[in-house]
Design a protein around this ligand. Structure first.
Ligand code: GSH
Length: 118
């Protein structure tokens, strides 16, 4: 079972690399502003999780440099569970006005990013 999951993961990563969406290009000054905004975001994720790949593809389409956190690492997994409430990825950590929100569900994250940065 582990081998099958591992293989599927590699296939997903390969297809994602082959069919990578075009990265959005902005004028430098505009990208600097967007980078400032995305500094308050972190994506807890697994490299080969199909739902995480979906979110990362949206990030690329929107030209968003969001910090990726490997939730397989024990310390990050612990933070995700303790503060986010669930051991599920993808999860977007959003820091706004001193408040932290943990957004689960890839489709919610994608909608949020598309609405905020489109
Ligand atoms: N409906 C969720 C599904 C996410 C999901 O199933 N993620 C898997 C990884 S691919 C997960 O975190 N499973 C729990 C675990 O591995 O501990 C979404 O669209 O984000």
């Amino acid at each position: 079972m582990f081998i099958v999951r591992w293989l599927l993961g590699r296939i997903i990563l390969l297809l994602n690399a082959i069919f990578a969406p075009k990265k959005r290009q902005r004028p430098v000054t505009e990208q600097v502003k967007v980078d400032e905004q995305t500094r308050s975001l972190q994506l807890y994720q697994y490299a080969a999780c199909p739902f995480c790949v979906k979110v990362r593809r949206t990030m690329r389409r929107q030209g968003l440099n969001i910090n990726l956190i490997d939730a397989k690492q024990t310390e990050h997994q612990q933070t995700l569970v303790e503060q986010g409430g669930r051991a599920m990825v993808p999860c977007l950590r959003i820091e706004e006005d001193g408040q932290v929100k943990w957004m689960y569900e890839s489709s919610d994250i994608i909608n949020y990013l598309n609405q905020r940065f489109a």
